[in-house]
Write a new protein. Structure first.
Length: 166
């Protein structure tokens, strides 16, 4: 069980780093949709950390992990809400930094997703394996929302410059 505990401990630190990233950069992004997305992801990463901490404590005390719940807001609901908000890009100058931050966030979520998938392949406990597979799905939902936001802002910049690639 030591291997599982070490992986969960590392995952907890990853979630704290994600929370810190989103919290810090939610103050910098200009695009209202990106700002809201970062604020929501801050809350979700914090909830992931708390959930992982509870599972770490369970395993440390000889208990089983709790059955994973759906993400603290399911990927479907999360993505649907982000779609409804849209992205109001004000100008090329104000959104180029947003594009960079969204790309970085996308890569972070992609790395988290890959980590959880690989972790699931390398643990013996079925409950922990299921936990990691659920977390991989949650991070996939985050990644997809970020990718959509990234593409919308990127394409909006093309139109603002009078560039139509298709």
């Amino acid at each position: 069980m030591e291997k599982e505990l070490n992986v969960i401990k590392f995952a907890m630190s990853m979630e704290l780093e994600g929370e810190s990233f989103y919290s810090n950069y939610s103050k910098s992004v200009k695009n209202p949709g990106a700002k809201d997305l970062f604020e929501q992801l801050t809350k979700m990463e914090e909830a992931h950390y708390k959930y992982l901490k509870a599972q770490y404590d369970n395993l440390s005390n000889g208990k089983q992990v709790d059955k994973p719940v759906s993400d603290f807001e399911s990927p479907e609901l999360f993505n649907k809400r982000m779609e409804q908000q849209g992205t109001a890009s004000s100008s090329f100058e104000t959104s180029t930094s947003d594009i960079t931050l969204l790309r970085m966030a996308y890569l972070i979520e992609n790395d988290f997703m890959d980590f959880y998938k690989k972790a699931a392949e390398n643990v013996d406990d079925a409950g922990v394996k299921n936990l990691f597979l659920s977390l991989a799905e949650w991070e996939k939902g985050h990644r997809e929302a970020l990718e959509k936001q990234y593409k919308e802002i990127f394409e909006s910049n093309w139109y603002n410059m009078g560039f139509y690639p298709f």
